[in-house]
Design a protein. Sequence first.
Length: 136
Amino acid sequence: MTIETIPDKVAERLAAEAVIWLTTVRKAGAPAPTPVWFLWSGGEFLILTQPDSAKMAHLARNSHVSLNFNGSAEGGEVSVFTGLAVVDPAGPTPEEWESYLAKYGTDMTGIDYTPERFLADYSVLLRIRPESLRGW
């Protein structure tokens, strides 16, 4: 999937939404949806997470994920992406980190984080390149 194949309304949400739901798979096979901060960059989702989080344990067993926005109250505006989550040991590039800070810097300070402390705690970067998108 390339950015060109994403409908304009979905592309607008990728730029504007603060939270997306990341669904991983638990050990017993049940889905585990979690709201996360994300950055849409270069045709992929970038998600910072804590190394000891449940989602990391889930991904160690099964890297298939889905991501979705909240739908409208009427059940419309649904966008569900699927793909594989890959850990990037290099972390975000300086440009990606600056974009992430532009999006979430104020929110970080609102929960008593400095950018440095946030990146130390949420030190694992997941990159998810969407393989499919379905919506209505």
